[in-house]
Design a protein around this ligand. Structure first.
Ligand code: CP3
Length: 345
């Protein structure tokens, strides 16, 4: 963005403005519900190869923008490129999800070097540069990373699903957990700073596994590392707004919104907009929270649900989004319908 230009709607809302209609983007907007993505995906041997190809990643970002008048693009990558770049083995099993060599089963945790990891992630920053160069006017570019705790749960447990083993490790090996989270704070700060340097206009931190934590543990593994991460980002000279998305945090979004330094709060499907509005600092932008399943169903049910979300978030600066990522079963037609309704059509 050059000086004097009108900033994209998404950035205006992140700066505290209320816009009607609100800007809209969709978590996982590039992905398997689009037939053109499924076709593109066949051109890389593995999902990680796809993520590390600036040409393929750039094309994946552009696909939903050609179909829908969205207000933001999100970098095509994955939260698990960070453990991969730190030297942990990461692979994706078709139809099942990610797998890693779990730290849990190792007596000594051999952790990687942040500087080297950032070097290995150079193709991601090249993708950001290319995407930035090809974006339509008014479309903001979002960079992202997983939060330290969410990425740590995958590193510890070796897969998604329940996080019991990762949680047990917090009690069994507290010093190791703190060391792991600190490493992820530093690596993730550098990773996000490099995305901003390459052209990202704002950032989102995915805290996808914020659920099920006692408040004291939530402080140690979610609040404290996120606070350090944002502090470190600012130290590195990053000034762009940061959206935090603590999925499943329930009542603890209050602490998250007030104590971490995030500039905007992603609200998940189960959380009442009124509750988020009540507990977030005055004027904080809220993002969310349409149920992704309505994009599978479509029709009147979708339209009603969209209008309910619009009304529920009326009091705050609002970024329209889902309360979690879009599913492969959603249809492009339903997404088009959603965007039309939000834009007042
Ligand atoms: O438009 C976009 O948002 C695409 C960029 C993106 C991906 N993953 C691509 C992806 C983003 C922002 C992510 C974030 C991500 N990755 C999260 C946080 C968001 C959330 O859903 O909670 C998490 C937990 C991951 C880890 C991950 N990656 C999982 C659990 C999976 C398997 C589940 C699934 O949806 O398949 C992935 C794979 C993945 N990441 C795919 C895509 C498009 C599908 C793989 C493929 O296309 O072959």
């Amino acid at each position: 963005m050059t000086e004097g230009e009108n900033p994209p709607a998404l950035l205006r809302v992140l700066n505290g403005e209320r816009l009607d209609p609100p800007p809209i983007w969709i978590m996982r907007q590039a992905g398997r519900y689009l037939p053109e993505y499924r076709e593109l995906r066949t051109r890389a041997k593995s999902f990680l190869d796809f993520c590390y190809s600036p040409a393929l990643a750039t094309e994946a970002v552009m696909q939903p923008l050609r179909r829908f008048p969205l207000d933001a693009a999100i970098l095509f990558s994955d939260i698990l490129v960070v453990p991969d770049a730190l030297g942990q083995k990461v692979w994706f099993v078709e139809g099942e999800g990610p797998r890693l060599d779990p730290l849990i089963s190792q007596a000594e945790w051999k952790l990687g070097d942040p500087g080297k990891a950032i070097q290995r992630l150079a193709p991601v920053y090249e993708a950001v540069e290319r995407i930035k160069g090809g974006l339509p006017d008014g479309v903001a570019l979002i960079g992202f990373a997983g939060s330290p705790w969410t990425v740590a749960t995958y590193m510890l447990q070796g897969r998604g699903g329940d996080k019991d083993e990762a949680r047990r490790a917090v009690y069994q090996r507290p010093a190791d957990i703190v060391a792991l989270l600190n490493l992820l704070v530093e690596t993730t700060a550098q990773h996000l700073a490099a995305q901003v340097k390459a052209g990202a206009d704002c950032l989102q931190i995915f805290e996808s596994w914020a659920e099920g934590l006692p408040p004291i543990v939530f402080q140690t593994v979610v609040i404290e590392p996120t606070r350090k991460l944002i502090h470190r980002l600012r130290e590195l000279g990053v000034t762009v707004p940061v959206i935090g998305f603590p999925r499943g945090a329930g009542a603890q979004i209050a602490a998250y919104a007030n104590e971490t330094g995030v500039n905007a709060l992603g609200v998940d499907t189960q959380t009442p907009a009124e509750y988020a509005f009540e507990v977030a600092p005055d004027g904080m932008a809220l993002q969310g929270n349409l149920d992704p399943q309505t994009l599978v169903v479509g029709g009147d049910a979708l339209e009603r649900a969209v209008r309910d979300v619009l009304i529920a978030f009326k009091s705050s600066p609002h970024i329209f989004n889902l309360g979690h990522g879009i599913t492969p079963q959603a249809t492009p037609e339903n997404v088009a319908h959603l965007v039309r309704v939000v834009k007042g059509g």
